[in-house]
Structure formats: structure tokens, C-alpha cells
Design a protein around this ligand. Structure first.
Ligand SMILES: N[C@@H](CCC(=O)N[C@@H](CS)C(=O)NCC(=O)O)C(=O)O
Length: 206
């Protein structure tokens, strides 16, 4: 059975749990990180020298980096549904996963820390306003992308929807004022209706 290391309040763990569910895999999830601690334990560092979650164990195979884990699960267990064999289609999906990691996550994280987690140094309204502004610019890009297609890369649900969908879940459930984005909203509601998404994306966000 697959083993996923990481607390479910982590957005990177959510991606992996969602992907495993979509791939029809039964898994055991171990709560580590955040209030659960355990990331500095030598046994955990042996799994991931970065001391971060998520980590996947699939038998003797161990993998860290959430996007790589999502791609692995798709290729290994859901090749017909989630994986893209065509290099151009695959790159299109991977580009959105990279965008999530390098653009959307860094923009939304300070807003979550300031408004929900109340982390010292992030509760300053100026920091929150700056994060909201940064995120709105990215949401405009996302809304335009979704204006003429049901899913991020076209007609089919895929790994890009999982990665960016986790970011949208967080953003749309934060206690901040947002500009209405009808295409993002419609897409998010379609995603959140999927059982694997519901199991991976707790509400309220924490
Ligand atoms: N690039 C890594 C980032 C991993 C990461 O930042 N993990 C965070 C949680 S989202 C973490 O381990 N934080 C420490 C903790 O939870 O205690 C990935 O995508 O897997």
C-alpha cells in the first residue's frame, strides 16, 4: 500500500492525496509536520533530507517534491486518465504545475499566514494587501485560461487541475475580498465535486 507522509493542512500534501485518490490508490497517510512535528527525526530525514512534506513511499521507492509525486502517481497508476503521453500536451500541463509552485503558491502563502494562521510578521495589513494584489493578477491569468475550456489544459481533467486546483481552493476560501472570477469559480466547483478532491481539501482551510 502507498504511504504518504504529511499533515493534510499542507497544500503540497493535498496535491498528493488528491492525485492518489484520482488514481484509485488506497494509501496510508502519516501526520507529520506543522503541529505534529517529526520532520527533524533522523528516520524522517532519511526519507527526505530537506525535512519537508510530502514524501511518498511506494514499496522501496521513495519520492519527495509534491509535483514530482503527482506526476509519478499519474504515470504509474493512471496513465490512461491523468497522464499525457504526447510531449506537447504533457509540457502544457507541467507548465501550470510549475506556475503553481513558482507563482501562485508564493503569492497566496503570505495571505494565508496573515489572515488564517496569524503568523507573526504576516498579520500586517500591508503584507496581506500586497499578497492579495499579487494573487489577483495571477487569478486574472487563470480566469482567462479557463474562459474557453472546461479544464486547464483543455477538455480533460488532469494533473494541472490538481496542482492549481489546490491553490484555488485555498484562495477562494480565505477571509479576504476577491474580484469575481466566473470561469475560475465554475472550474473550482467542478473540481470540488470530485470525491477525491473533497477527501483531499479540508474545509475550513487552516
Ligand atoms: N517544493 C516542496 C515544498 C515542500 C514544503 O514546503 N512543505 C511544507 C508544507 S506545505 C513543509 O514541509 N513545511 C514544514 C512543516 O509542515 O512543518 C514540495 O512541493 O513538495
Amino acid at each position: 500500500m502507498l504511504k504518504i507522509w504529511g499533515r493534510l493542512s499542507s497544500i503540497n500534501v493535498q496535491k498528493v492525496v488528491w492525485a492518489a485518490g484520482e488514481a484509485g490508490q488506497v494509501f496510508e497517510r502519516v501526520d507529520v509536520g506543522g503541529p505534529f512535528g517529526g520532520l527533524d527525526a533522523p528516520e524522517f530525514r532519511a526519507l527526505n533530507p530537506n525535512g519537508q512534506i510530502p514524501v511518498l513511499e511506494d514499496g522501496a521507492f521513495r519520492l519527495w517534491e509534491s509535483n514530482s509525486i503527482v506526476r509519478y502517481l499519474a504515470a504509474r497508476y493512471a496513465a490512461a486518465d491523468l497522464w499525457e503521453a504526447d510531449p506537447a500536451r504533457r509540457a502544457d500541463a507541467e507548465r501550470w504545475m510549475d506556475w503553481m509552485l513558482s507563482e501562485l503558491q508564493p503569492a497566496t502563502a503570505p495571505v494565508l499566514w496573515g489572515t488564517v494562521r496569524k503568523v507573526a510578521g504576516y498579520t500586517d495589513p500591508k503584507v496581506i494587501t500586497e499578497g492579495v494584489k499579487r494573487t489577483e493578477a495571477l487569478m486574472a491569468i487563470l480566469d482567462a485560461q479557463l474562459s474557453d475550456r472546461p479544464f486547464l489544459t483543455g477538455e480533460r481533467f488532469g494533473v494541472a487541475d490538481i496542482a492549481v486546483g489546490c491553490g484555488a481552493h485555498r484562495w477562494l476560501n480565505m477571509p479576504v475580498e476577491r474580484i469575481a472570477r466566473p470561469h475560475v469559480q465554475r472550474w473550482y466547483e467542478t473540481l470540488f465535486a470530485r470525491p477525491a478532491a473533497k477527501a483531499a481539501l479540508p474545509l475550513p482551510i487552516t
